[in-house]
Design a protein around this ligand. Sequence first.
Ligand SMILES: NC(=O)c1ccc[n+]([C@@H]2O[C@H](COP(=O)([O-])OP(=O)(O)OC[C@H]3O[C@@H](n4cnc5c(N)ncnc54)[C@H](O)[C@@H]3O)[C@@H](O)[C@H]2O)c1
Length: 358
Amino acid sequence: MRGEVNSMSAKWKVAIIGPGGIASGAHIPHYMSDPRTEVVAVCSYTEETALSAAKAFDIKNSFTDVDDMLKTIEPDLVSVCNPNAFHHDAVVKSLKAGCHVLCEKPPATSPLEAMEMERTAKETGKHLLYAFNHRHNLETKVLKRAIESGELGTIYHMNVTAMRRRGIPGWGVFTNKELQGGGPLIDIGVHMLDLAMYLSGFPKPVEVMGATHQRLGKKPGVGLLGNWDPQDYTVEDLATGMIRFEHGLTMNLTASYAANIRKDEHLNVELLGDKGGAETDPFTIYQEKYGSLFNMEPAYLEQTDTRDSYERQIVHFLDVVDKKTRPIITPGQGTMIQQIVEALYTSAKSRQVVRLSE
Ligand SMILES: NC(=O)c1ccc[n+]([C@@H]2O[C@H](COP(=O)([O-])OP(=O)(O)OC[C@H]3O[C@@H](n4cnc5c(N)ncnc54)[C@H](O)[C@@H]3O)[C@@H](O)[C@H]2O)c1
């Protein structure tokens, strides 16, 4: 049966849809270094990009059509790494073809798409994991354990930061609203939003207020992540918002591709609880004890596991398929993230608070 390890020698066949930056830098090499898998096909939107990726990694088959690839190769596993607007189509088709899927973040460009992806995973009984790789950071693992053992008490506020000083991506389609669904909020903000939601146990969002700005992206300027075309810049360069969750928990979120700030990049989740606080970068737990204030920092974190979060993510996906572990993320959580992102954009556009549920 596909998706099962059925013999000592059989390897799972992996296909990559969208063999660009993240596929080449993370998915393909980490599948290649795992003895359970063989990357047998890549699928891109042009023959040239498909062939060049296949050649670069010595992968036997290249395609320009997802249906054709799924029918011809019958992969067991698919990594979906194309621009956000194409995630939904690739994921739904792959699940329906009987594949387990690891889809890059964000899940999609709208909650409706994410819901259909979630429903298809349920109907087909196949795994659908989203590549929120920060969940696999060692800091996250330790902090999650600390939160679950009550170190922070009740968390009542979160500050979510995904700020870049001049980090408009100079490659791909990250500045194209139609193909990505938005700018820094849906691209890097979504990573930290997911991390905060994961650490706080996925509270139910009730009300969302958002605002977006487009001040620097439309003008030529310094590019620390390559050069972009200001003429084609159709996304926000800064997004901010406040989210109120059930039981009174609140979140402030700010994400930028470009802003006049000191740090080139700062990705951080800060959690404020009534017994302690914490942040992920630099990873610290703050507490009041013995009549004093403490900053608790790990001494040996990186030395305990030298793999990066991308490698751990691929191994986790394979372990889930291998029935060695339960998925760290569910398709429903991906849908909720997508709902919050859309509510922030809707609120920004309408200048009204968006109510989600009570
Ligand atoms: N988890 C992470 O940290 C992380 C990092 C980077 C990107 N990503 C996600 O991965 C996805 C791809 O990002 P990337 O940096 O690899 O982008 P990229 O531009 O380098 O690669 C995208 C690939 O998608 C394919 N594609 C299909 N249709 C296309 C079209 N119309 N235009 C351009 N390419 C098209 C191409 O094969 C292309 O190589 C995005 O969803 C992004 O959010 C995640």
